[in-house]
Design a protein around this ligand. Structure first.
Ligand code: 13P
Ligand code: SF4
Length: 342
């Protein structure tokens, strides 16, 4: 049983704009009973809670058994022995968990589980593109629905996209759906002297496309020694001015490994909250943006899906998509394992 005071001790360093504490002692007293109820329900239903780093710190610091980036969450989903997975993120990630561990019951507490990238393309679009570009290898970002994955050759995440696109033994690639990430990969390959024809779909993440490179310049002047980390969904002009680009978990590691007087994290606000929890003495400057889909996950909805889920809260995959999508994701693991054993 956790008390409100113990919760406050965990959450007190999460500060909006670096000053205003998001969790007062009173708020933590209110949250404690639902946290304890979720812990009870987890035991009753043999459930594990996997949470993306973008969801609220009141979830990450309490009921989450594991939190991380989309690649790490997939690996956890694949290996868990629990009967039920509560996937606290967005729908395409929960679908991936079900694909990787089909005998598990996968529940989704999110009440707004879209994603502007995943919603920008359908499996039918990919079928049409494949007829148009029969010689291209189709690479999809994990931020796609299962019917899109079913039509593609290899899936990637932000933690392995650069390596996989480089390694694929074809110099004709169709990368979808994130045109900014695709352009970042093209630029990185060019820097290495690698020429590939990479065609792009016109999707973007509404959170990351908004970041402005001028703000980086301004903050660098204000905070000498500032370190800037960005996500590959950001505009190439932002990436060009960053000290580091990588997945959300790689950004966490960058902060842990690179001491600096201040950091500017160009990604969803949840990551900075998580860093404040894990590195309370570090300084984080600049603004971040919230993802309305990730932030639709609440403690109340986690308790609700564990105790009395609606049919819509459980992931069911169309059997027609399963084989193709599973092959697409398995190839991603094969490519990343090749690197690990090199
Ligand atoms: P990660 O793979 O880095 O967790 O990113 C997922 C995502 O949705 C970023 O917006
Ligand atoms: Fe999708 Fe962007 Fe939200 Fe990530 S942050 S889930 S890419 S809308």
């Amino acid at each position: 049983m956790i008390t409100g005071a113990a919760l406050y001790d965990r959450l007190k360093d999460v500060k909006l704009g670096g000053t205003i504490c998001l969790f007062t002692p009173e708020k933590c007293e209110q949250i404690a009973p639902i946290v304890n109820e979720i812990e009870r329900l987890k035991k009753e239903h043999d459930a594990v809670i996997l949470a993306h780093s973008y969801v609220g710190p009141e979830i990450i610091a309490t009921v989450a058994d594991f939190s991380g980036d989309s690649y790490e969450l997939s690996k956890w989903a694949k290996s868990t022995t629990a009967k039920t997975i509560v996937f606290v993120a967005v729908k395409f990630m929960a679908e991936t968990a079900k694909l990787l561990n089909p005998s598990k019951r996968v529940l989704m507490p999110s009440t707004n589980n879209g994603c502007t990238l995943a919603d920008s393309i359908t499996g039918e679009d990919v079928k049409r593109l494949r007829q148009q570009y029969p010689d291209h290898t189709f690479v999809c970002y994990i931020n796609t629905t299962v019917d899109v994955k079913a039509q593609c050759d290899v899936c990637v995440t932000s933690s392995n996209v650069y390596h996989i696109v480089e390694t694929i033994p074809n110099d004709k690639i169709y990368f979808l759906p994130d045109r900014l990430m695709g352009q970042n990969v093209i630029n990185s390959l060019k820097e290495k002297g690698i020429e590939k024809e990479i065609l792009l779909w016109n999707g973007t993440c509404y959170v990351h496309e908004e970041y402005d490179p001028d703000v980086i310049q301004y903050l660098r002047k204000e905070h000498p020694g500032l370190k800037v980390a960005s996500h590959p969904e950001c505009h190439p002009d932002v990436v060009a001015q960053s000290d580091f680009v990588g997945s959300t978990s790689q950004m966490l590691k960058f902060v842990a490994d690179n001491p600096a007087p201040a950091y500017f994290m160009l990604t969803e606000c949840g990551l900075t909250s998580r860093l404040q929890l894990e590195h309370p003495t570090q300084k984080f400057v600049g603004a971040c943006t919230m993802c309305r889909y990730m932030k639709s996950n609440t403690l109340a909805d986690i308790a609700r899906v564990l105790s009395s889920p609606d049919p819509i809260d459980e992931i069911h995959l169309d059997p027609e998509d399963v084989e193709g999508a599973d092959r697409c994701i398995t190839r991603m693991f094969e490519y990343t394992n090749q690197t690990a054993t090199r």
